[in-house]
Design a protein around this ligand. Structure first.
Ligand code: FEO
Ligand code: CA
Ligand code: CA
Ligand code: CA
Length: 599
């Protein structure tokens, strides 16, 4: 019979998995394969991974740690057998990565080399077989903390970005805290520099530094001990923290290309960015600032996309207007505060406004120069009164419906003393489990107004949590908590991966399908569950191939080197290795094995 939702990726939802379980769980009829793991050698001269003898020189030639955003593009004319994968490496967990006798200098050098980005080619025999990565392939690349990035947009060259190492204020070494990301229509990847502040010892005295969480004191990793640029007390390095917190763009198709940091999209704790082309061809990028009570942003390019002119399209994110979201609800606060139950008008919904920060290439914020808006974006946004959100993580438009989905992961401070109260768009005080907002730009993606509603208020109905699934019966859904990364399948279902469910609903994080259209709108079905302490990242759903990919980030992160809490993915008694995993149907054994024999 017809498969649910018209998709080829048919499965029966798995039961949620207890948070202590160190297992990767998939639906019946499916299996999983690690595609690439921390330390896997990328280049011909790269050494194999060695738990006991890792070096910085080896790590620079190997897959990095804590894979987050992941995207796979097929290589043209390869019959679907070759692809190029992009993965970022958000941060490191030194306490479980290295033997305790590892020297401090080595910890710093290897840790730094385990950050950054990876581009790697994949191959498979056919669409029924799992991908494996190709060591030494032509497109393979590591982008490290000494890789030059070109700064673009109006703040490039600004006094706010100048350091003693870079008097031009237009070239930054490396990228930090890369979290979610997005594939552009022209085939490049965007990645968000999120929690960059923790890498700097900074005076923390100015309003701007305070607003970004920069503070004085030794950092956890101590990079500032070896590299003076990570201590902003040092003369000549006062602006180094201003050079992180951007959306970066990487061209995976050209290993010699210079990656870029786009100041036009502002500087914040960018979770990521996702682009959709507006009706008039301009590129519209949505991005969340993932901090409690921070904001949702939209960028609209100055120029339209020109089909076939890739060189031009590569410049679209360098010039444009920047907005920040103000939501309005239409139900009385008394009806919605804290409960998660549906307001009397039947929906958590309302309208919204995109408040201008930059318009026609000029600052739209009184008292801020254009450069200040783009470097101290949080301060500029504060000045125009946007809505304080419950931690916007991934923000992704559906290319089918053109609706935009915003994963608000959680905010335990909502509605607590002195903090913003619950409102219709962030409707739960002490919001432990998060929610998902649906935005409708109503036919013009560049519009300055929008309509919105809540798709989900997350939680576990079976444990009595107040939840909302767009009216779908709460006793027929998989429990879900802390939505983080988003993806879509080819028939328009939303897929959500989570980060934080163990401390909320008490289950391991996972990947979930959410039906958006029709009578089953709001149905949540769990597809997989990741091992203990792990976060599910970078989902990619190829439903026509009945396969999906996730990056398993920080498995076993609460253990120690001697007492590892996870042995994922090898389960060989050693510690965890963050890895990109492919899930695909279990291959059926040939009915008559002998027919399989070759000549
Ligand atoms: Fe790195 Fe917002 O998650
Ligand atoms: Ca309403
Ligand atoms: Ca994230
Ligand atoms: Ca997260």
């Amino acid at each position: 019979g017809p498969t649910p939702h018209g998709t080829a990726l048919d499965f029966t939802a798995i039961a949620p998995v207890d948070a202590m379980a160190d297992e990767f769980t998939v639906p019946e009829g499916f299996t999983w394969h690690p595609v690439i793991r921390w330390g896997d050698p990328l280049f011909d001269d790269a050494p194999d991974f060695d738990w006991e003898a890792q070096t910085a020189e080896a790590q620079k030639l190997q897959f990095g740690y804590n894979n987050d955003y992941t995207e796979i593009q097929e290589i043209p004319d390869s019959d679907g057998t070759r692809a190029v994968m992009f993965v970022n490496h958000e941060y490191t967990n030194e306490a479980i990565m290295f033997p305790p006798d590892t020297g401090e200098d080595e910890l710093i050098d290897i840790g730094m080399a385990a950050h950054g980005l990876t581009v790697v080619e994949l191959e498979r025999e056919n669409a029924q077989q799992p991908y494996t990565y190709v060591k030494g392939a032509a497109l393979n690349r590591r982008i490290l903390l000494d890789t030059p990035f070109a700064v673009t947009g109006p703040a490039a060259g600004s006094d706010l970005l100048v350091t003693v190492d870079d008097p031009t204020g237009a070239e930054v070494l490396g990228t930090l805290g890369n979290c979610a990301g997005g594939l552009t229509p022209w085939g490049t990847l965007l990645s968000g520099e999120e929690n960059f502040h923790g890498y700097f010892n900074a005076p923390g005295a100015s309003e701007a530094e305070t607003r970004y969480g920069l503070r004085s004191g030794a950092t956890a990793r101590g990079w500032e001990l070896e590299h003076p640029r990570f201590d902003a007390h040092n003369e000549g390095y006062e602006n180094e923290p201003n050079r992180f917190g951007y959306i970066v763009e990487i061209d995976p198709w050209d290993p010699s290309s210079t990656p870029r940091k786009h100041t036009s999209l502002g500087r914040l704790k960018h979770e990521g960015a996702n682009v959709i082309l507006a009706e008039d061809g301009r590129a519209v990028a949505y991005s969340g600032d993932d901090e409690v009570f921070d904001y949702l942003y939209k960028f609209v390019s100055r120029d339209p996309c020109v089909e076939g002119d890739r060189a031009h399209n590569m410049t679209l994110l360098e010039h444009g207007d920047l907005y920040v979201a103000k939501f309005s609800g239409n139900s009385p606060a008394a009806e919605i505060d804290g409960s998660g139950t549906v307001p009397s008008d039947g929906a958590f919904d309302g309208t919204g406004e995109w408040l201008p920060l930059v318009v026609d290439g000029e600052s739209a914020v009184e008292g801020f120069t254009l450069e200040e808006v783009l470097v101290h974006t949080r301060l500029a946004a504060d000045a125009v009164g946007p809505t304080k959100m419950d931690r916007c993580e991934d923000v992704e438009p559906s290319l089918q419906s053109r609706h935009v989905y915003v994963a608000c992961t959680n905010n335990s401070g909502r509605g607590t003393e002195g903090k913003a109260p619950a409102d219709e768009m962030n409707p739960r005080a002490e919001n432990r489990d998060g929610h998902v907002i649906e935005i409708d730009e109503q036919g013009d993606q560049t519009s300055s107004t929008f309509a919105w509603n809540l798709l989900l208020v997350c939680g576990d109905p079976a444990q009595g949590d107040q939840t909302y699934f767009s009216g779908f019966p709460a006793d027929q859904v998989s429990p879900i908590s802390c939505p983080d990364n988003l993806a879509f399948d080819s028939v328009g279902n939303l897929w959500i991966s989570t980060d934080g469910a163990p401390s909320g609903i008490g289950y391991n994080d996972g990947l979930f399908r959410v039906t958006l259209e029709g009578a089953a709108r709001g149905r949540v079905e769990q597809f997989l569950s990741v091992p203990r302490d792990g976060e599910t990242c970078g989902p990619i759903v190829r439903d026509q191939d009945r396969t999906a990919f996730v990056a398993v980030q920080h498995p076993g992160e609460d253990g120690t080197y001697e007492e590892q809490f996870s042995c994922f993915p090898d389960y060989d008694g050693k510690g965890p290795r963050p890895a990109v995993v492919q899930v695909l149907p279990t291959s059926e054994e040939p009915e008559h094995p002998f027919t399989d024999m070759g000549p």
